[in-house]
Design a protein around this ligand. Structure first.
Ligand code: SF4
Ligand code: SF4
Length: 313
């Protein structure tokens, strides 16, 4: 697979390095560096002058770190490269607003697939040949964790002895986390992973994102915590609904569901069971606690105990 990268600023460089270091160097056939966000206006009347003059034939175009109208170079680059697939990663709430995403899509032929993952480490397969090939290695973190537990069911007090990154964040954060949680007790793994993810440091923005009501940095940290929880098969801190007292669909207007940042991003973190009561998925819940004060019946609480988590997504 031949990848041509459109990059800008520190975030763009981080992604280019991450992809190259973690196995995709031979796939990167070219990189075009654009002026940084501070050097370019968000509003550009005509992007023609910014379209690279040398565009190689490519299968996948990846745009990283580009803010505002400069992203309108994506359609001509896709066209000239002959690529059928493109990824424009979002790490800042104002980077590529929905209106601009629609404008980019409208300039592309119908047989082109483009995705706008927010953040890049939320990307999973979408049914497109080249994007899916990319997500075999990069995108939403997936780990295999071994401890000295001595049985298939990992003991909370066992220590982590190995972490294999099956799929990692394109910036490289997942590999950093993997190296740094070896030796710690399984019960602390998700919290330590969260800390290490912030230490990396994750370059996603701390500004509040309108779509989710949370920051993109936090959305990214929920993904690494999910990967750890699924790999060890449990969580030790999660928000849960009391099914006895939840008033469910009938009396509360779905408030918890409407406030959850993961649900806003299309993740099934809160859903309703057959009885209409809310159920929180312990794998994807980031324990942001937004839902707790919103529940009019006060039936959501944080539990600090071993709760099983499905290993399957
Ligand atoms: S807001 Fe509270 S009562 Fe309403 S569905 Fe959610 S948990 Fe149940
Ligand atoms: S604490 Fe509540 S709002 Fe936050 S991720 Fe978990 S279910 Fe969603």
């Amino acid at each position: 697979m031949r990848i041509f990268i459109l990059s800008s600023g520190e975030y763009g460089s981080r992604i280019v390095n991450g992809l190259a270091i973690h196995g995709f160097a031979p796939n990167i056939i070219g990189i075009h560096e654009f002026p940084s966000k501070d050097e370019l206006s968000d509003f550009i009347e005509d992007v023609t002058e910014y379209v690279p003059s040398n565009i190689p034939e490519a299968d996948l175009i990846i745009a990283v770190g580009m803010h505002g109208d400069i992203n309108m170079v994506i359609p001509p680059v896709v066209k000239k490269s002959g690529a059928k697939s493109a990824i424009a990663a979002i790490y800042h709430p104002q980077q590529i607003p929905f209106g601009l995403q629609n404008e980019i899509k409208s300039e592309l032929d119908d047989d082109i697939t483009i995705v706008f993952p927010k953040p890049f480490c939320s990307l999973t397969s979408v049914g497109d040949e080249f994007i899916d090939k990319f997500t075999e290695k990069f995108g939403k973190p997936k780990l295999i964790i071994e401890t000295n537990s001595g049985s298939d069911e990992i003991d909370v007090n066992s220590n982590i002895i190995s972490v294999n990154v099956v799929r990692g964040a394109p910036c490289g954060a997942t590999w950093f986390v993997a190296e740094n949680i070896i030796g710690i007790p399984a019960k602390e793994a998700e919290f330590e992973a969260n800390k290490k993810h912030h230490n990396f440091p994750c370059q996603a923005s701390m500004a509040t994102d309108k779509q989710s009501g949370d920051t993109i940095l936090h959305l990214a940290s929920y993904k690494i915590k999910e990967a750890v929880k699924r790999a060890i098969g449990f969580t030790c801190r999660v928000a849960m609904v009391d099914p006895e007292t939840c008033e469910g669909l009938e009396f509360c207007d779905n408030i918890c569901l409407n406030i959850c940042p993961n649900v806003a991003m299309g993740v099934n973190t809160i859903h309703y069971g057959k009885d209409g009561k809310a159920i929180i998925d312990p794998a994807t819940c980031g324990v942001c606690e937004f839902c707790i004060p919103e529940c009019p019946y006060g039936v959501i609480e944080v539990y600090e105990e071993r709760i099983p988590v499905s290993k399957e997504e």
